[in-house]
Write a protein that binds this ligand. Sequence first.
Ligand code: HEC
Ligand code: HEC
Length: 263
Amino acid sequence: MSINRRKVRFSALVIGFLALAISGPWGGGAPAPRPGPRAGVSGDPRRGARLFAALDCARCHSEPRRDRRVQVPPALDIEGNRANLDWLAEYLLAPHSIRYAAEGIRGDLRMPALVASKSDARDLVALMATWTDTARVPHVAVAATDSAAHEGEVLFAQYQCRGCHELGGEGRKIGPALDDVGARRPPDYLRALLLDPQRVVPGTSMKNFDLWDEEAVALTAYLGSLRSPAASEAYSIPTGVVADGPALGDSLPASPTTLPIAR
Ligand code: HEC
Ligand code: HEC
């Protein structure tokens, strides 16, 4: 596949027109339905909200860093779009490094292991699964064929993504290492991020390559195939060591009437 750099507000126009044609600005006017929690979420979002408050997750996450050099702690406002939910539950039980806080430098701030029970993790995941924004990350099925993945691998080299990302031990440490990115991130998130990084992660230094949608889909197919949990560096407790500890969810005070929304 050749890289076409003439790009093209034209394709954006076409997409915009199609979106308009499909959604129809004429009449109706009903807001797009909020996507329900994805399949696989078995937790209770209201208990998750109580846990989020009781464990004071907001003390770090309510003021995410959005300047170019420091993106840690991250905003959780579209965590329901960003994370594969099975991965997210594992992550809460055994957090590990993902981002570099500044170019090549890990911040001192770490995601603490605050959750010890699988049921609490599931409740928090059920809560975060509701934090989505389909304008920033549209739900689109991405056809991840083998040939698309192969094209994506070629594009990954051509665009020199290793200029910022480590993969297989090679590359710079500016963005996250991508060895396990297919386990972490769903395809629609990857596609949206590749097409417009600053829209999906405001303030990020991830480069906007002005990709064609076909290129983003090919890269998504490739990245989605990358799974290597061993590459993630655990902070203190290695993944899997946390047994199913006592659940906090039951001992918490009555549920708040509204769910907190992380910013
Ligand atoms: C002491 C500060 C602190 C507290 C408290 C904290 N976090 Fe975090 N959290 C972080 C940092 C820092 C990261 C970024 C880790 C990285 O990218 O390397 C993070 C990352 C995350 C992520 C990963 C986002 C992603 O998809 O990349 C989630 C989800 C998350 N935190 C949820 C929570 C929840 C739920 C709680 C409460 C149980 C919580 N955090 C409490 C600092 C904190
Ligand atoms: C100038 C540096 C830079 C370049 C070049 C770059 N990225 Fe990134 N990338 C980043 C940063 C920084 C982030 C972290 C965004 C965040 O905080 O969520 C990121 C995030 C990502 C993520 C999400 C990782 C995760 O777990 O959330 C993927 C996937 C990704 N980049 C793929 C690519 C691909 C593919 C290319 C080449 C086409 C590329 N990047 C080029 C800096 C870069």
